[in-house]
Design a protein around this ligand. Sequence first.
Ligand code: FAD
Length: 485
Amino acid sequence: MNEITKNEIIECCIVGTGPAGLSVGLELIKHGKTNLVIVDKNHLIGGLARTEERDGIRFDVGPHRFFTNNKEVNDLWHDLLGKDFIPVNRLTRIYYKGKYFLYPIKATDALLKMGIFESIHAFFSFAATKFKKQEEAKTFEEWITQKFGKKLYTTFFKTYTEKVWGIPCNQIGAEWASQRIKGLDIIEVIKNALSFSNGNGPKTLVEQFDYPKYGSGQMYEKMAELIKNAGGKIITDTKVTRFNKTENKIESIEVEDREGNTYQIKADHYFNSAPLTHFYKLLSPGFGDDIDKAVNSLYYREHITVDLLINGDNLFPDQWIYIHSSDVKMARIANYNNFSKAMVGNQNKSAISVEYFTFQNDDIWKMNDESLINLAVTELEITKLIPKGAFEKGWVVRETESYPTYYLGYKEPYELLQKHLKGISNLTPVGRGGLYKYNNQDHSIYSGMLAARNYLKLTETPYDIWSINIDAEYHESGHRKKTDE
Ligand SMILES: Cc1cc2nc3c(=O)[nH]c(=O)nc-3n(C[C@H](O)[C@H](O)[C@H](O)COP(=O)(O)OP(=O)(O)OC[C@H]3O[C@@H](n4cnc5c(N)ncnc54)[C@H](O)[C@@H]3O)c2cc1C
């Protein structure tokens, strides 16, 4: 049931109950602004970071690790969940040619498992990069090859990256590599591997991360609870079907609930975290043919998670495993038992998710749920990650527009659209999809916080929301905040 009365004027309307939208709401209520409504098409709170419960077992939409170098976000996470935000000792590996390599890469482990000939090959291919005059890297392939050498690039980066993005690495812009892998220095990796550490020093983000006891969605359910307790309204199961625009203002939005009831919401200001291209298609009227064309050239990668209930536990010790082998279609496998025991309760079962990255016109997207579950189970059995006959039940979660694609040449249409959106005086795009940024939760949250501060005209504003994450620090570095938990 919609909680908005007819003709009610809302001060702030936020689209999306993901980390970004909720962070706008939380920041607004912290400053006494409670006349706000958050609308989401989903039933569950949390957007891509939500947690779904099936047969008493919890699954995220792909594994969600909480880590950040942003103190404000880190403090917020700890304040929100307290003792329910638990430290997890990280183990993640790459599966490649039947072997498991530690990830982040450890030189000794990689060299041992690659074997003597491949290791020598990797060493010389890396050494060659040091003697070659380097042009500025434009593509993902060039960026990684220049930093690590061709051999390590093909072994540890190429196949997985191409599974994720669905295009060759020489068509992916270097920004993605620099955003995600910046600061990872092979010399540091080797030094680290050779250092004689007694293991008592502070844990790095590589070794430990935090996680909500009941799944990533717990963090956002808590945020939603605080917003509602303060008087903010959250309407789920309701999709925005149109943003009504005049020359340079959003006048209202049209929404439709699950029963097909439609109504309008009028607000002074709008924050949007729905994917940018999706938003533009709902904008009425748009900005004209040139911008329509620009928007049509931007695209996201879709994502399928096959959630599986497996009989028995201790299947493998990793939180997740990257599957680089090209003989299976799956890209990553997560084991939620190794995130938090509470994800499976007292059952002697395992909560496993298998991820596929796809486009909507790919065969895999068109497969029905039963076939996808069969595929995931078969691929897990082939790779011996689950024993034959242990599969009990499966569910499929499909997410459109999950990964904004930084293909070569995306910047021109993107910047054109951005320029026009800046001209809408009462609209602030936020979040991963909303800003078309390959953001993690922390950046999405931060964009929401700063967007609210801009609206409130707090000191130090306005912040440039569009530039959050451009200079983001590499997430595998940095030390954990010391906590008592
Ligand atoms: C597989 C996967 C793994 C990830 N792993 C990690 C990780 O380990 N660590 C990490 O920090 N981050 C991770 N992320 C990223 C993280 O999920 C996102 O950064 C974060 O959820 C983005 O939050 P957001 O609020 O910007 O957007 P979203 O979470 O996408 O929220 C947008 C919301 O808008 C709603 N919406 C869209 N269209 C409409 C409409 N027309 N009407 C109403 N509502 C609408 C959606 O339903 C959604 O709830 C991962 C993401 C994926 C997909």
